[in-house]
Design a protein around this ligand. Structure first.
Ligand SMILES: Nc1ncnc2c1ncn2[C@@H]1O[C@H](COP(=O)(O)OP(=O)(O)OP(=O)(O)O)[C@@H](O)[C@H]1O
Ligand SMILES: [Mg+2]
Length: 307
């Protein structure tokens, strides 16, 4: 049985970017009802946390597999062809029906609204995953049955876990059993605060306002390394001993979808090959900046061998 460096587990969807002229007003967009709205541009690409990060890892020269669930439609075929092109081993399953899809309503500013159809992505059972050996598992957000399977697989494989939970799974699921098994936890500031507020473990200040308090709080859940990103503000990493940070450069944001996935997979790839924290942060930053300069969550992910 081949040994993977990393197997990603999460969603595989089609991202459709709709470029509109709408402006954000008091945190929302409004579209006139009953009218036909002309859009400036429409682009599609393969997205979803599991495929975005698998492409990042594979392009960095890591032997990569991907657990996700797609439909038996043309979109599902596109996903499988992309895996072949990118030298990623598909370790998931194909369900009857449609592959998941996200409609990303981009506006004039940097705001966007995502309408997301999960498809079969949240119904992955442990029995659907082939026998595998991997050094690392990279978990992006999934709900329901798939989340339970992530926990079960983590226990079964005893691989190291990197976990990038999003707001909706922190709200919907009890992620603590998974955090206990996690080596590297990466999330944005809002997600980090939400997690600490929801559980506030003993001995940790609930306010968790300062970065260090926040990261101390997150480490109490189990992860050895925690990383907190905050858009164009400093990104922090903490290993329980030292705090590291990196300042994002002033880049022109063309389309920000996939920024978080790119940062997280770059950082984790560095950890996988044994780099120090500063070097890992630099690679995360480089990946995310490359992605936000262009449409699509994975088009401009870096191609280079880490070892
Ligand atoms: N406006 C920006 N300018 C420069 N860099 C950015 C900007 N937005 C994001 N980044 C880069 O991407 C990283 C991750 O962004 P962010 O903190 O928004 O993650 P996220 O909220 O998890 O994103 P996602 O919505 O993709 O999940 C940042 O740490 C930074 O390196
Ligand atoms: Mg994110």
């Amino acid at each position: 049985m081949a040994m993977f460096d990393v197997v990603t587990f999460g969603s595989a969807v089609i991202d459709t970017f709709v470029e509109t002229e709408f402006n954000e007003k008091s945190n929302s967009f409004s579209y006139p009802a009953g009218s036909k709205i002309l859009v400036n541009d429409l682009k599609s690409d393969i997205g979803g946390g599991a495929t975005n990060t698998a492409v990042a890892f594979s392009r960095l020269g890591l032997n990569t597999g991907c657990v996700c669930k797609i439909g038996d439609d043309n979109n599902g075929l596109d996903v499988l062809n992309m895996f072949k092109r990118e030298k990623i081993k598909f370790l998931g399953s194909i369900a009857q029906g449609e592959t998941g899809e996200s409609i990303i309503l981009d506006s004039k500013g940097n705001g966007r609204t995502v309408l997301t159809f999960k498809g079969p992505g949240n119904s992955i059972r442990l029995s659907e995953i082939p026998k595998i050996k991997t050094k690392w598992l990279y978990y992006s957000s999934v709900l329901g049955e798939s989340f339970k399977t992530q926990v079960a697989l983590a226990k079964k494989l005893k691989a190291k876990i990197a976990f990038n939970p999003s707001e909706y799974i922190i709200k919907a699921m009890d992620v603590r059993p998974l955090l206990k098994l996690t080596e590297v936890l990466i999330l944005n500031k809002e997600e980090a605060q939400l997690l600490c507020k929801k559980y506030a473990p003993k001995g940790v200040p609930a306010k968790a306002g300062k970065e260090r308090d926040l990261m101390v709080c997150l480490r109490e859940f189990g992860p050895k390394i925690v990383v907190v990103t905050d858009k164009n503000k400093l990104a922090y990493a903490f290993d329980g001993d030292k705090k590291y940070s990196i300042k994002p450069n002033n880049v022109k944001v063309v389309e920000r979808t996939g920024a978080g996935d790119a940062f997280a997979s770059g950082f984790v790839a560095g950890v996988i090959v044994g780099w120090d924290m500063n070097k890992c942060l630099k690679l995360g930053l480089k990946e995310s900046e490359s992605v936000i300069r262009y449409f699509g969550a994975k088009n401009k992910l870096l191609r280079m061998k880490l070892r």
